[in-house]
Design a protein around this ligand. Structure first.
Ligand SMILES: *[C@@H]1O[C@H](CO)[C@@H](O)[C@H](O)[C@H]1NC(C)=O
Ligand SMILES: *[C@@H]1O[C@H](CO)[C@@H](O)[C@H](O)[C@H]1NC(C)=O
Ligand SMILES: *[C@@H]1O[C@H](CO)[C@@H](O)[C@H](O)[C@H]1NC(C)=O
Ligand SMILES: *[C@@H]1O[C@H](CO)[C@@H](O)[C@H](O)[C@H]1NC(C)=O
Length: 274
């Protein structure tokens, strides 16, 4: 009996669902999606993928699924093609990574994605540079693990510089050094706040006058139980406090806060390459 029922149901479906009304249903679905996305964009932002940096889910290792948009996994040739297009449309790809070891890891990921020859990762406490004339990309890593006057002058010089000597995208972040060097003191946190307050207006000017995008990457949590004695002061409570200072200060600057890293698996001592 059951076996006979199946073909009849299929038959009924095909009876109602012919090519004409399938087109109508498809049209309704597409219009529905368009309206849904339109409303989302109106309500939240017209940035095509605002949530790329902030809201989404973490369905599995090495994947991040932002709300409201699809993530595409770029292969080397995809990424190179993308950079090619950007330069073809007259835009520059000069990206600066400024900060601590965690920012250096991003730099290595980025450069290794684009580079035809593998770039060796090592714990460089120096500046690193990458340039590929074929796809017109340059990337710099500037070692600035502390938010201090030295970091201030880097932004200041970018503001003064010719457009060609200035990155059009800056990815930055720092905190663990301050926590470690100052043994997680309250004063250091206040000092960090003072220093970032000093730099924050430069973020604003770089975006407003020079159209340079700035992304502040919040500090990822650590796996406290697996940090060695020398780093035991780097607690998640400290990291949260530094992140909070950054969020509050950067709220009214033009910098975007990259917070999705909070969802990543916690770093243990051998991953925390400081
Ligand atoms: C800022 O911090 C870096 C280390 O992160 C240090 O080399 C530099 O001397 C500091 N600059 C000032 C002005 O304190
Ligand atoms: C703030 O900046 C001063 C001056 O460069 C520096 O000595 C100090 O270490 C910085 N503080 C923190 C917490 O980075
Ligand atoms: C760092 O702070 C902890 C807790 O406040 C304290 O026990 C420790 O002695 C301090 N270490 C140094 C080197 O000051
Ligand atoms: C901890 O710090 C001390 C002194 O700064 C150093 O001699 C020691 O090698 C460090 N230990 C580890 C495991 O890094």
């Amino acid at each position: 009996m059951a076996e006979q029922q199946r073909p009849t149901t299929t038959h009924e479906i095909t009876y109602y669902l012919n090519i004409e009304n399938a087109k109508i249903i498809a049209l309704f679905m597409v219009t529905g999606f368009l309206m849904y996305h339109g409303v989302i964009h109106l309500k939240y932002s017209n940035d095509t993928c605002k949530w790329l940096l902030s809201d989404g889910r973490f369905p599995g290792y090495n994947t991040w699924q932002p709300y409201g948009c699809m993530m595409h996994k770029y292969t080397k040739s995809d990424a190179r093609m993308c950079m090619h297009y950007i330069s073809y449309w007259g835009k520059r790809n000069h990206i600066a990574f400024l900060g601590d070891s965690r920012i250096r890891q991003l730099y290595y990921e980025f450069v290794n994605l684009l580079s035809n020859e593998p770039v060796k990762n090592y714990k460089a406490h120096t500046n690193l540079h990458f340039k590929d004339d074929e796809i017109k990309v340059s990337a710099d890593f500037l070692w600035h693990p502390m938010v201090n006057t030295s970091m201030f002058y880097v932004y200041k010089s970018w503001l003064m510089n010719e457009p060609l000597n200035r990155p059009n995208q800056i990815i930055t972040g720092s905190a663990t050094w301050s926590i470690k060097l100052n043994n997680a003191s309250e004063d250091a946190l206040k000092n960090f706040q003072v220093n970032l307050t000093m730099i924050q207006p430069l973020f604003k000017n770089l975006k407003a006058d020079k159209n340079t995008d700035i992304i502040w990457m919040l500090q990822d949590p650590v796996d406290e139980n697996r940090l060695g004695l020398n780093r035991s002061m780097i607690t998640n409570r400290q990291i949260d406090q530094y992140n909070k200072v950054a969020i509050d200060l950067l709220d009214e600057s033009q910098a975007k806060v990259w917070s999705s890293s909070d969802f990543w698996p916690k770093e243990s001592d051998n991953q925390l390459k400081i």
